[in-house]
Design a protein around this ligand. Sequence first.
Ligand SMILES: *Cc1c(COP(=O)(O)O)cnc(C)c1O
Length: 470
Amino acid sequence: MNNRLYGNLIFELSQPGRRGYSLPKNRFGNYEIPASLCRQKEAGLPECDEMTVVRHYTNLSANNFGVDNGFYPLGSCTMKYNPKIDEEMAALPQFQNLHPLQPKETVKGAEAVCALLCRSLCELTGMHAFTLKPFAGAHGELTGLMVIKKYHESRGDMDRRLVIVPDSAHGTNPASAAVCGLDIVEVKSLSDGTVDVDALRNLLDNVDGNSIAAMMMTNPNTLGLFERQIPEIEQLVHAAGGLMYYDGANLNPMLGACRPGDMGFDVMHINLHKTFSTPHGGGGPGAGPVGVRKGLEPFFPEVSPYHGNFAVAMRAYAYILSLGREHIKEVGPLATLNANYIKESLKDVYELPIEGVCKHEFVFDGLKDKSTGVTTMDVAKRLLDYGYHAPTIYFPLLFHESLMIEPTENESKETIDGFIAVMRQIAEEAKTHPDLVKSAPHNTPIGRVDDVLAAKHPVVTWRQLISPLS
Ligand SMILES: *Cc1c(COP(=O)(O)O)cnc(C)c1O
């Protein structure tokens, strides 16, 4: 689209002999670089003037879509906009330039940040103690399960190896249990998407009374639903001698509304990068602090050197402080209001498989009118034409045409109304001009990529076809 005069690759802009800078004259006399260290051929680097380089990279950056460009309703992702002040705080040289091995008395400020963050997390979740060591959500799950395993072992309960995981759980839950050397048993969900308590009771009746280590629950669950039966579930699992684990990766709809500690959970993790501000679209860095109820803190294992990802903790603490005690209570209700507003405004044209109030996100099962042949993929691609990032598609796997929408708390009503209008427009186009939707996107630098080919045979480097000196 906007590559204009500029090639797609910096190599294609190269002109022999073109320079972007000149080095000062050598004032140190002649020094012969040993021939064995010299290259035999030219490096084949692009030769460009400075302005071409600046324009090339500026134009490239504009081809990408980010939350700073526009609405980004990706589901199962929680916060997407990270306030700029959090970045500034994490970049303060007094924190950024710390070395993990410098004398303890010179890092009092950083230690205070860690301690105060843990205290804030305890207060927000109702847990007794937190460790900041885990590097990610999945790492937090593993850490939490290690705590649970050690707890049982400390009581001589060596046979408690079974972890109950709902079928709607994030894939990391069973994976973490397996890595921890525990066994997994799945419990079904009801058609409304929440845990089937009768199935759980049945399961507990049919296993050895001394085998249950824990039950892992995600709340709100992967469908964005609050698990209303937690009190019954907690009683059943505790009566069987198991501990309750809370996957708090997506805690923001709960902030200020309720606390896992008050619901009877013993161990939990939080994804700081999802709920407390740290850009995480590229896969990291993250932090998955683990909280435990009183009495379990001696079982915290050493899962990382030093203090975990300190820069992520810095951002989280800045985020919590900038909202403060009064405003952090508004995060959960606003995230929930925004999601429900979109859901209710679109459910006459998009299929809503699970009715009722959702938390921070919800799932449509494609367009309501299936006769047009327009799929969720087509809707997602058409959204790009209108300047919106697509929601999460084809996840969760419970439905064939999943479209998972999560607006988050910080979008204005005007932005959300604009998105609703475009979603309705696309539903209308699906009826009147289905080919237009099926061939979208039309306004992006590239159209539909072959995502299977891109995944199976990614080409991520550029090879010079003809080397200049060969
Ligand atoms: C994201 C997520 C995880 C895993 O977190 P990572 O930081 O990606 O390891 C675990 N559980 C749930 C519910 C999640 O959404």
